[in-house]
Write a protein that binds this ligand. Structure first.
Ligand SMILES: [Zn+2]
Length: 287
């Protein structure tokens, strides 16, 4: 069964740990993440970008696949299926398709417009018990057409959006999507601390979790981050393991071309990455 992310994130905030959001791209990704969460007895959030949703043949296909896997694999830990960086239309489509959580990324709108659209979605989500993530201060990097400049959110604007009744809040604190450049300035903990002070118990979300040093992750969690998004790191691990398999010529020996063999090293690499993150975030045995 899919659950809203509300309860798992409130528990995480109170317990000073974070729940990982791991983005999915296909069957192998989803299976690897669900099995690892179950093995580690950890709550988990499956992230789906609008681009990945299209790739997987639409949100209804995704809901069907995830629900089928939860049943077939006997997954009993809390699982939220979450739209990542949704447009207003995308959020509505996911609500209708059966997602248990959505993000509306209105950070590129003027704050008044962001508030207006977020308010409408708060009402729609509340009726159905779906968790809603809002974003203030765009997060750097490029993700499915949403481009930002690595900025920091205004704590007062964060408070305004938190007060609308969203479940969790993504705020830019110098983090960016994708690989971090060598000259990256790091997370801005002063901004994080003042946002945290303004929004109280509201779980905060850290996007762009790939490549942030472990001590910064731990400090961010201690300052109120309860959800951390991981996407690129699983992609890099999958690609490296697949490259190794092919370069070793394993696809040319015996039945090594069988996709169930060819994709197995990448699948195991995703599992290892997810395990490492769940241990770092402190969500192991918190299901
Ligand atoms: Zn993001």
């Amino acid at each position: 069964m899919l659950v809203s992310a509300k309860e798992m994130l409130e528990k995480a905030k109170a317990g000073k740990y974070a729940v990982g959001q791991f983005n999915i791209n296909n069957l192998e990704w989803t299976k690897a993440i669900l099995l690892t969460a179950q093995e580690l007895n950890s709550p988990v959030i499956l992230g789906v970008s609008e681009g990945a949703g299209k790739y997987m043949c639409g949100y209804e296909t995704v809901v069907g696949m995830v629900k089928g896997m939860i049943k077939c694999l006997n997954i009993t830990v809390p699982v939220a299926l979450h739209l990542d960086h949704g447009s207003y239309e995308g959020a509505k489509a996911c609500i209708n398709a059966g997602f248990s959580s959505v993000m509306f990324d209105g950070s590129h709108y003027p704050i008044e417009e962001n508030i207006k659209k977020t308010t409408e979605l708060v009402n729609a989500c509340n009726v159905l018990g779906i968790s809603l993530e809002a974003e203030v201060g765009s997060i750097g990097g490029e993700e499915d057409g949403v481009v930002g400049a690595g900025e920091c959110a205004d704590p007062n604007e964060c408070k305004m959006v938190a007060d609308l009744g969203v479940t969790m809040l993504a705020a830019g604190i110098g983090n960016i999507h994708g690989k971090y450049p060598a000259n990256w300035a790091g997370l801005n903990f002063d901004v994080l601390a003042s946002i945290s002070e303004k929004v109280g118990d509201m779980p905060l979300v850290l996007h762009g979790g790939t490549g942030i040093p472990e001590d910064m992750i731990k400090k961010a969690i201690s300052l109120g981050v309860s959800k951390i998004n991981v996407n690129t790191e699983c992609q890099l691990a999958f690609a490296a393991a697949t490259r190794q398999y092919v370069e070793a010529g394993k696809d040319l020996s015996g039945k090594g071309f069988d996709p169930r063999k060819l994709l197995a090293p990448g699948f195991e690499a995703i599992k290892a990455t997810v395990k490492e993150k769940m241990e770092l975030f402190g969500s192991v045995n918190k299901a």
